[in-house]
Design a protein around this ligand. Sequence first.
Ligand code: UFG
Length: 324
Amino acid sequence: MILVTGGAGYIGSHFVLYCKEHGEQPIVLDNLVYGHKEAVPAGVPLIVGDMGDPKLLDEIFTRYPIDAVVHFAAYAYVGESVTDPAKYYLNNTVATLAVLEAMRRHGVNKFIFSSTCATYGNPVTVPMDELHPQAPINPYGQSKYFVEQILKAYSLAYSLKFVALRYFNAAGGDPEGRIGESHDPETHLIPIALQVAQGKRPQISVFGTDYDTPDGTCIRDYIHILDLAQAHQLALKRLREGADSDIFNLGSEQGYSVNEVLRICEKVSGRKIARVNEPRRAGDPPRLVASAAKARAVLGWAPTFQNLDAIIETAWKWEEKRHY
Ligand code: UFG
């Protein structure tokens, strides 16, 4: 059985659905601060509580035959992490330590960690592979970077085996539209653009048009949420087969500018998206594109969503019928 922390959140809930449909038995621990109970599929136990609570963790590890933890639970607003860093270090780093300690007490030694390209900071070389220097430029990225360091030390000193997966920009939703991206507040480009297309918002701000990129707007690497889910399952399989701890980037290896994303959102929705040009958003690197060659070679990972149109189609399907 797998304990999925943050399994009611955007990325976690898609993993839970994926693993349920691939013969695994997930159990979700989520405090529902940002997660949605509706995102957890029927039949999957949902424990509402704090992952930093050792007593609750002891109860969970005693009650369920858990052999691995897939750890999504985290706050993920980069801007908020700058204005309220304590919230990020306490939740993303310190509470993660409580999970690792509970695993140690209960002899559970397999851990899949949601890391991020934000641990790299500003790009020195593009595409970025796993050896790119790590110099996070905000507390969110640092909070994840610290966990990676803790995992390396635990892996050397104790029996822990981990895989850290550094995601680039997660996007899209369940192709059947059962679950999807739902943040409150929403800050991400694709859902905001599609909500403008629907008339739920008057316009979208384009943050920065003077970057050193072909059209002046920021370039990102968007990877479909189910391709992320697949990578977690492959990583877990590898640990179960006895592999050593490791770290992988997960991205599509293709960069799209903000303007290109908006153009595809217009194409997919068939609607015009009103936009206003605004100054740059603090902390946005100009260009983030992954090299995911290692995940392909070592995990046998093969992303199924090959272009951004297909990814945005699933996001549009969700926006059209969203229920949370
Ligand atoms: N953008 C706009 N207008 C908007 C929203 C976004 O122009 O209304 C731009 C951003 O400035 C950025 C691009 O669209 O250039 C993508 O922005 P997102 O907010 O969708 O995604 P980010 O690249 O900022 O963030 C993602 C993850 C974070 C993670 C970060 C790592 O969502 O959790 O990558 O860099 F920390």
